[in-house]
Design a protein around this ligand. Structure first.
Ligand SMILES: [Zn+2]
Length: 390
């Protein structure tokens, strides 16, 4: 009987996370252990099993003599704010985190009032970094200004995504359309999109983020997503989609099940684009895994499960292994805002992967050799190949 595998020598590629700025670290960092879009409450965020584990592990990492969570939190603030770079480097190196693939659309000045400069960020972390372009800030600019005609809006969008590929050298695109109008994306004709645009801009300007999106907004968002999928196909780069759980109540989980993408992924011009279902559609991991086994260009990553849903990582991996080809599964943390979220995501995420593989060895589905091969694919090699990393 195997009871553990040593995965610690595999350099980890975090295929979905975000840049952060230590200068913005204020307040109690444990407030960020939450997916709520409302003001988080410390009384809730410090009372989850995930939080207990994260703080206890952090106490060990910091060499804290006290076991008291408030003391550990204070010691963390002292060390991090004293020398952010040193703290980040130590934390990331301790889990062999080698590469970060960054969704630069969050934090973003259009949503949070600031973006993180990647040159600055690259000097803080002991990792190779690669940018991904999230398309929603571009769509937001269009919906804020409304160019006079649909053709101008479409040209603006087209120029921005082309610039992202050619100038910013992004290695992928990303959409969070699941948060806005849902994953049941359709391919609309130019005429349908033009008519929708003309109806949409005639309405009095209102805060569209506060009112539920109507059918015209859906047509336009679908249209821009399809434009991006086609751009990805042209340049042979992947497109990530937010799928599954996310910040409630903004995200309607019923519209975020990746199974809703069946039709769009089967469209002739689109089916050759490489698509990544991020967060493995959690809690719809079985659906995600089933789809990756049917669509040859479909991938999934376990970002956010490894982190916020730490206790679910082993069972999520086992569900994914029920169907998904192991060369279509990637690791990620969805680390954001604070360095601990990447660190605990790798620490617990790799542990969960290990536990799932050990169970499969013990039930004689795979050998120890197979397990090591699978771990290398998921933690490193699949991302190198899919995103064409050096
Ligand atoms: Zn993310």
């Amino acid at each position: 009987m195997a009871d553990q595998l040593d995965l610690s020598t595999i350099p980890v590629i975090d295929s979905h996370c975000h840049p952060f700025d230590p200068a913005r670290d204020e307040g109690d960092f444990r407030l960020h252990f939450s997916l709520s879009m409302w003001e988080p409450l410390l009384e809730l965020t410090t009372n989850t099993v995930f939080s207990f584990k994260a703080i206890r592990e952090l106490g060990k990492f910091l060499g804290c003599t006290s076991k008291d969570f408030d003391d550990i939190s204070k010691e963390r603030d002292r060390q991090y704010r004293d020398d952010p770079k040193e703290y980040i480097q130590k934390l990331f190196r301790s889990v062999n985190l080698e590469t970060l693939i960054l969704d630069t659309g969050f934090p973003h000045e259009e949503f949070l009032g600031y973006s993180v400069d990647l040159d600055y960020f690259s000097k803080l972390v002991p990792c190779k970094i690669y940018p991904i372009c999230r398309i929603e800030p571009i769509i937001y600019k269009i919906f804020k200004k409304f160019p006079k005609t649909f053709d101008e809006a479409r040209d603006f969008f087209d120029n921005e995504i082309e610039k992202a590929v050619k100038v910013d050298k992004v290695i992928a695109f990303k959409s969070i359309i699941a948060y806005a109008t849902g994953l049941e994306i359709k391919k609309w004709s130019d005429k349908e999109a033009r008519d929708a645009y003309n109806r949409f801009i005639r309405k009095p300007l209102q805060d569209y983020t506060k009112i539920p999106p109507g059918p015209d907004e859906k047509i336009l968002r679908d249209y821009f997503v399809v434009m991006t999928l086609l751009m990805c196909r042209e340049h042979d780069i992947p497109m990530q989609f937010h799928t599954g759980m996310g910040g409630a109540p903004t995200l309607d989980l019923r519209k975020a099940n990746p199974i809703l993408m069946q039709d769009i992924l089967a469209v002739d011009e689109i089916k050759e684009t490489k698509v990544v279902l991020t967060h493995a559609g959690f809690p719809y991991c079985e659906e995600t895994a089933m789809m990756t086994s049917c669509y040859p260009n479909l991938y999934c990553d376990v970002s956010a499960i490894s982190n916020f849903m730490g206790t679910s990582m082993k069972s999520a991996m086992l569900k994914i292994f029920e169907f998904a080809p192991v060369n279509r599964v990637l690791f990620g943390t969805d680390g954001v805002i604070m360095p601990e979220s990447y660190w605990i995501g790798v620490l617990q995420g790799v542990k969960g992967l290990e536990q799932a593989l050990v169970e499969l060895i013990n039930e004689d589905w795979i050998t120890e050799n197979d397990a090591m091969k699978i771990a290398k694919l998921i933690l490193n090699e699949n991302a190198v190949k899919l995103y064409k990393l050096e």
